[in-house]
Design a protein around this ligand. Sequence first.
Ligand code: CP
Length: 306
Amino acid sequence: MQAKHLLGLAELSAADIEEILNNAVPMKQVISRDIKKVPTLRGKSVVMLFYEPSTRTRVSFELAGKYLSADTVNVTTGLSSVSKGESLFDTAKTVQALGADLVVLRHPSAGASHLLARLIDVPVVNAGDGMHEHPTQALLDLFTIRERKGSIKGGKVVIIGDVLHSRVARSNIWALTRFGADLHLVAPPTLLPAGIEQTGVTVHHRPEEALVDSDVVMVLRLQRERQRQGLIPGVEEYAKLYGLNAERLNLARPDAVVMHPGPINRGVEIADEVADGTRAVITDQVTNGVAVRMAVLYLLALGRMN
Ligand code: CP
């Protein structure tokens, strides 16, 4: 892979994605051991700039760096000079001057990581930019599907929920279509981006129609913080019409797996019985996130992407 940064999956080829996933396999072996530490990135510094809240992505990048022996530093907006009005440009220059070898950025604005990559000379990893992309989430989702299903090609994958506001959905649509999945989206018309059919997906407005014989059901969080008024009649109505419960899941194949990027709104987009059920692989996704992020840090920090 020729890329110096990981900004989005739209700009990666299937071969680039394969390279990351293949490198995540030995990383998963490392994190399965009692002593989860290898010297691969000793002497390298990873700085994480998080302008939005995060649990899974922030902690897994931090652990990924630590397991590879890198020095990791967290910059959260409330505790940094961002709260005094420092711009992304000046924060980026400061972080570079402090000696960062790689920067991980989560930001509420689409394109922020692309901007950062133009401002500094070190590799940038997009940890979620507004409603645009969340590439490492889609990579860990691909890794989990492969682990559970062996292959992505030809499998029926249903993404159900708030596609409009979801950077996870956008990254997954790029990745899953590139790997030949039979991809279906389910949402109310108001929670689907205009023209999404042109990406090669099949669109449904009723979950019952889409879920039949599916191999993978990926549930998206209803992003209440990004809702503009009036897109859905109400949360209860949404849960009734679109929430994944046991009855709806029974339409999927008996060996279907249920995924969710988290955080979960229990009782809204997913019922407890499904989130905690035997078909859920939600905690596997979290674990795999560490392995995949180790692979990304390794490939970028050492310039090994090709
Ligand atoms: N899936 C995900 O991005 O979760 P966090 O917001 O907790 O990082």
